[in-house]
Design a binder for this molecule. Structure first.
Ligand SMILES: [Zn+2]
Length: 301
């Protein structure tokens, strides 16, 4: 099957369904932490040169949109994304929110001192007015494994407030199934529809029963680590939900990329095409279309 899709590519035929969307990828990431994150840490022109060929390769597979999930203080750069969008012809979405995973090293000082209402106000403003000319189209937060500490719960609550005001969906990098359940509880208590919650990195939870539980509750379960090492596991995760009639609550992506700020030339950039060349050929065409074309539009508009 792999050879077939490669052959189709050589013939100039797209291997993916037309209109495909990748819901979780990265162009650039800076792991320095909020205290050290700065535009001075990288050369925007160099990142542009490194990333562009990967977007060009992706376009050949029929992909029209990529959600760039790098949060503020982790390397979010809307100016860079706008340039790449223009040059590649692939729509790039950026986000608002704050990343409280990895023990809070990506949180700025104000995330500690402000309350959830104040944080939400910042995100609503970004969503409405844009960030450096680009309007965030989803809320991205991050939490470690459950049980969630108070600071993480505050970030999730802020996301609930911001989602209610803007209608934007919330993508939450999530350590495990317990943290996913806790987040959904917080959102539901704040009257946010479960369908506004995307459980990012659900493949880290090995219990299919928890995937099923959240999908049945109406949340999106995202298996987004598709790679040569994770191929079999991701197929099992997707099939398990599909067999329960929950394919309409499932999202897939690579969590690939990216230019690593601080490494020479950006280090190793993992491309965005493996899903199309190796994962998708193992799924039925209708399911592929649902996962890559229909579901992203329902989940994010
Ligand atoms: Zn990611």
């Amino acid at each position: 099957m792999q050879t077939l899709s490669r052959r189709l590519l050589l013939l100039g035929l797209a291997a993916g369904p037309p209109g495909a969307v990748l819901v979780h990828e990265h162009i650039m990431v800076d792991f320095a932490g909020a205290a050290k994150a700065s535009r001075a840490n990288y050369n925007r022109d160099e990142v542009f040169r490194v990333a562009l060929p990967h977007l060009a390769a992706l376009k050949q597979h029929g992909c029209v949109r990529l959600h760039e999930c790098t949060p503020n203080f982790v390397g979010r750069d809307p100016v860079l994304l706008a340039r790449l969008q223009e040059a590649s012809g692939i729509e790039l979405w950026t986000n608002t929110g704050l990343y409280a995973a990895r023990e809070f090293i990506f949180l700025p000082d104000y995330a500690h001192s402000e309350n959830a209402r104040q944080l939400a106000r910042r995100w609503v403003r970004e969503a409405r007015e844009g960030v450096e000319g680009m309007r965030p189209r989803f809320i991205k937060i991050g939490v470690d494994r459950g049980p969630l500490p108070a600071l993480s719960r505050k970030i999730v609550t802020a996301a609930a407030y911001a989602s209610k005001e803007t209608g934007l969906s919330i993508c939450a990098h999530t350590g495990d199934g317990l943290a996913a359940r806790e987040q959904l509880e917080i959102l539901t208590r704040n009257k946010v529809e479960p369908s506004k919650f995307v459980w990012v990195h659900a493949q880290n939870e090995r219990d299919f029963g928890i995937h099923e539980k959240l999908a049945r509750a109406g949340a999106w379960v995202e298996f987004d680590g598709i790679s040569p090492q994770g191929l079999e596991w991701h197929l099992r995760c997707v099939r398990a939900l599909a067999e329960k009639g929950l394919a309409h609550r499932t999202l897939i992506s690579h969590d690939a990329g990216w230019y690593h700020v601080g490494e020479p030339g950006g280090g190793r950039f993992r491309g965005f095409t493996y899903l199309f060349t190796d994962f998708v050929p193992q799924l039925e065409a209708a399911l592929t279309r649902q996962l890559l074309v229909d579901n992203p539009r329902v989940a994010f508009g």
